[in-house]
Design a protein around this ligand. Structure first.
Ligand code: ADP
Ligand code: ZN
Ligand code: ZN
Length: 664
C-alpha cells in the first residue's frame, strides 16, 4: 500500500492522505475520487509517499483514479502552489477553483469531440497573413521572435489602432509552426466577437479553443480538454484561461494588460496578468503585455528594466491619425440636458456627413437619484448605503450594488409631495435628450440594461460596425476594443467625478478609459475628434490626454505615488470583513491587527469602513497592510493567514486580498 496526498476543495491549508494499493497506477496530477465525510469527492493527487502521520488503520482508500482527462502536469501543480502561497488561499481550494466545474464533479466527462478544438478546417492553410508589417511592427516582431524559446516579458506599448493585434497574429503563426501553443488573454471575449473572428480568419486551419466563464459547462469542458491535451494551438480567453494546463506553451499574450478585469474579485483573488507572467516563466516562453495605456505597475517594471519596452507610436492604417482631443469648458458653456452646445453642433455635423458619433457616459439608468425637492428625501436602498437608480425604460428603481428593485413611488414617502424629480443623468436620459434633439437620427443605447443577453449585445455591436446607428450612447461596454470604421466623434460627458476620488487609482483608470474610448474614433481616413465636457479643463490628466502623452502622465503619477507611498513603490494586501453590524467587522479587524507580531518593515494600518459601508445587508470594513519589501509582506501574510481562521467569530465573513486594486 502507498499513501497519496490529495488536494481537496476544503478551506483548510492541508492535504489529505489516502491509501492506494500498489497495483493501482496513480501519481501526482491524477484526479481521484475519495471518500470524504459522508460522501465522495474529486481531488487531485499532489504527492505520493510510503507513510502518513495518520495511523494507517484510520486511513481510507482511494475509491478510483480518473483517467478521462490528461494528468495535470508538474508545471501546472507548481503554478497552483505558487498562486496558493502568494494569494494566501488553501491549496485545495486553489486547485479546485482552477478546474472547470465538470472536472471536479463525479459526473463523467463529455465524450471527446470528433473534429475537436473548435471548428478547425482540416484542408485550410494554418495562417493567412495580414498586411505586411510596418517598420515599428517589424521591429517588435523581430525582438519577440528572437526571444521565443525562453522566458522574457515585453511591454508592447502601442496607441489604439497601431497594429498590436497584427503583431500577436504573426507571432502566433510562428509559435504554431514550431508545434507549440499560444495563450492569448483578453479582458472580455464575449464583448469583442470581432477579435475572435479575426483569429479564426487568420488561422482557418488552426484549432482555437475559446475559454471564458460565461460558457456553458460542456463547451467549457471541451475547450479546457483541448487545451490540456495540447490539441488546441491557440487558447483565447479571459483571465481564467491562464489556469489551463498547456503542455506545449510557446507564447503568452495579455491584451489590454491594464484592464482591471484581469484581477479576480472573489475566491482566489489573482491577477490574470501577473499569473500570465508566472506562466511564461514556468513554461520558458516570452510574455507580451499589450496596451495603449500600461498599468503603472507595468510601466514601473519597464523603467526598472524588468520588462522590455516595444513602442508603436502611429496608427497602422495609412492616413489614420489619433483623434484630436479637446475639452469643452462647462464653466463657460452651459450644458442644457447634459450636452454642451458645441457637443450638439459636433454631433449635428457628423449627422450631416453620414458619420457616427459616440456619447460616452459611464452611468447606466435614467438618473442616479430620485428625490423630493420639498423635504430632501432621496430614494435609497434598504440593504445598501447607496441611492437607488431610476430606470425609466422599465419604470423602476434599482440598486446597482445589490440588484434590489423597487417600484417608483407615486409620492414622497416622507412628506407626500407628488412632484418627485430625477437628479443627474444616465444613459437612458441622454438617449431621450438625443432623440428629442435629433428626431431623424437613429440613436442606439448600449449598456448592460439594453443588452441583458450577450447575443443581443454582440448583434448590436456588429450592426454598429456595419455603420448602422447614427448616434451611440453607452457606457464602458462601448469602449472595449471595437472597430467602428464610420465613427468620427466621441463625446465624454461625466468624467469629472473620477478626478477627485479617494481611490489613488482613479486618475490612471480614467486616463485609460478615455484613451480607449477616444481610440474608437478616426480609425480610417476620416480624422476623429474627442470632446470632453469638464469643469476642470486645466487638469493635468486632461492636458496629457490632449497631448496623447501617456508617458508624461505616467511619470507624473508615479512621482505622486512614490512621494505618497503607494503601489508600485510599496506592496499591499487588504483584509476585508463584513457582518450585519459594522462594529462586529471593526472588532474583528482590530483583533486581527494584533493577532501575530508585525515584523519591522511591515505596516498594519487602522481598519476603516468602506465608502459604501452597507452592501446587500452587510456592513463592511477593511484594513491595509503595506511593505516596501515583498518577501517581508509575504512572510507576514503567511503567518497571519494561518492564524486568522481561528480568530474570526461566526457571523463575520472575511477574506485577504493580495495586491488589491478595488477599495469599495
Ligand atoms: P491594435 O490592436 O493596436 O488596436 P490592430 O492590429 O487592430 O491594432 O490594427 C488596427 C487596424 O490597422 C486594423 O484594421 C489592421 O488590419 C490594420 N493594420 C495593422 N497593421 C497594418 C499594417 N502594417 N498595414 C496596414 N494596416 C494595418
Ligand atoms: Zn418629501
Ligand atoms: Zn442595494
Amino acid at each position: 500500500m502507498r499513501v497519496l496526498r490529495v488536494a481537496l476543495e476544503v478551506p483548510v491549508a492541508k492535504l489529505f492522505d489516502y491509501l492506494v494499493d500498489d497495483a493501482t497506477r496513480a501519481g501526482p496530477g491524477d484526479r481521484v475520487v475519495v471518500p470524504f465525510g459522508a460522501r465522495e469527492r474529486v481531488g487531485v493527487v499532489v504527492e505520493i509517499g510510503d507513510d502518513s502521520t495518520v495511523a494507517n488503520a484510520r486511513l481510507k482508500q482511494v475509491t478510483r483514479v480518473l483517467d478521462d482527462a490528461p494528468r495535470l502536469s508538474a508545471d501546472w501543480l507548481e503554478q497552483m502552489r505558487f498562486l496558493s502561497t502568494y494569494y494566501q488561499r488553501p491549496f485545495g481550494e486553489t486547485v479546485a477553483g482552477a478546474l472547470p466545474p465538470r472536472l471536479r464533479s463525479l459526473k463523467p466527462l463529455p465524450k471527446k469531440r470528433k473534429a475537436a478544438a473548435g471548428k478547425s478546417d482540416a484542408g485550410a492553410p494554418a495562417y493567412v497573413p495580414g498586411p505586411a508589417p510596418n517598420a515599428a511592427q517589424a521591429q517588435a516582431i523581430g525582438r519577440i521572435r528572437a526571444a521565443l524559446g525562453g522566458f522574457r516579458t515585453f511591454l508592447l506599448h502601442g496607441i489604439t489602432g497601431s497594429g498590436k493585434t497584427e503583431i500577436y497574429l504573426r507571432l502566433i503563426a510562428e509559435v504554431i509552426a514550431r508545434a507549440q501553443q499560444a495563450l492569448v488573454l483578453v479582458p472580455e471575449i464575449g464583448l469583442t466577437p470581432q477579435l475572435e473572428s479575426r483569429f479564426r480568419q487568420a488561422f482557418p486551419g488552426a484549432r482555437v479553443a475559446v475559454l471564458h466563464s460565461a460558457l456553458e459547462d460542456t463547451p467549457r469542458t471541451h475547450a479546457w480538454l483541448d487545451a490540456a491535451r495540447g490539441d488546441a494551438q491557440i487558447v483565447l480567453g479571459t483571465r481564467l484561461a491562464v489556469l489551463t494546463p498547456l503542455p506545449r506553451l510557446g507564447l503568452v499574450v495579455v491584451d489590454e494588460e491594464h484592464d482591471p478585469s484581469f484581477k479576480q474579485q472573489e475566491g482566489l483573488r489573482y491577477s490574470g496578468r501577473d499569473a500570465a507572467i508566472l506562466r511564461g516563466k514556468l513554461a520558458g516562453c516570452p510574455v507580451v503585455l499589450g496596451t495603449a495605456t500600461p498599468s503603472l505597475e507595468t510601466w514601473h517594471n519597464c523603467r526598472a528594466g524588468r520588462y522590455e519596452l516595444l513602442s508603436l507610436t502611429e496608427r497602422a492604417v495609412a492616413g489614420a491619425r489619433l483623434p484630436a482631443v479637446r475639452t469643452v469648458d462647462l464653466r463657460v458653456e452651459s450644458a442644457d440636458h447634459g450636452l454642451a452646445k458645441s457637443v450638439i453642433e459636433a454631433i449635428r455635423a457628423r449627422l450631416a456627413r453620414g458619420e457616427q458619433s459616440l456619447i460616452f457616459i459611464n452611468r447606466r439608468g435614467y438618473a442616479p437619484v430620485l428625490s423630493c425637492e420639498a423635504c430632501g428625501w432621496a430614494a435609497g436602498c434598504a440593504r445598501c448605503s447607496a441611492r437607488l437608480v431610476l430606470h425609466a425604460a422599465d419604470r423602476c428603481l434599482r440598486c446597482h450594488h445589490c440588484g434590489a428593485q423597487a417600484a417608483v413611488p407615486h409620492a414622497c414617502p416622507t412628506c407626500g409631495n407628488v412632484d418627485l424629480r430625477p437628479l443627474g443623468r444616465g444613459t437612458q436620459r441622454i438617449e431621450e435628450t438625443l432623440n428629442a434633439l435629433f428626431p431623424d437620427a437613429r440613436v442606439l443605447r448600449i449598456d448592460r440594461d439594453s443588452a441583458r443577453r450577450r447575443g443581443e449585445l454582440v448583434r448590436t455591436l456588429e450592426s454598429i460596425g456595419r455603420g448602422e446607428g447614427d448616434i451611440l450612447v453607452g457606457t464602458q461596454l462601448l469602449a472595449k476594443g471595437h472597430d467602428f470604421p464610420n465613427l468620427t466623434l466621441v463625446c465624454v460627458l461625466n468624467a469629472d467625478s473620477a478626478l477627485f476620488s479617494t481611490d489613488y487609482r482613479s486618475a490612471e483608470r480614467l486616463f485609460a478609459t478615455l484613451a480607449q474610448v477616444g481610440g474608437r474614433s478616426g480609425r480610417r481616413e476620416q480624422p476623429g475628434e474627442v470632446l470632453v465636457q469638464t469643469r476642470y479643463p486645466g487638469h493635468p490628466m486632461f492636458q496629457a490626454l490632449i497631448r496623447h502623452d501617456y508617458a508624461g502622465f505616467a511619470e507624473a503619477q508615479l512621482a505622486e505615488r512614490e512621494s505618497a507611498g503607494f503601489p508600485p513603490f510599496v506592496h499591499e494586501a487588504a483584509l476585508r470583513a463584513e457582518a450585519t453590524k459594522l462594529a462586529a467587522s471593526m472588532a474583528f479587524l482590530n483583533a486581527a491587527a494584533r493577532l501575530v507580531p508585525v515584523p519591522e518593515g511591515v505596516q498594519v494600518y487602522d481598519p476603516v469602513a468602506h465608502v459604501i459601508t452597507r452592501r446587500a445587508g452587510y456592513e463592511r470594513a477593511q484594513l491595509v497592510v503595506q511593505s516596501r519589501s515583498r518577501p517581508a509582506l509575504q512572510a507576514f501574510l503567511a503567518e497571519w493567514a494561518a492564524a486568522l481562521p481561528a480568530a474570526a467569530p461566526s457571523g463575520v465573513r472575511w477574506h485577504l486580498d493580495v495586491d488589491p486594486i478595488e477599495f469599495d
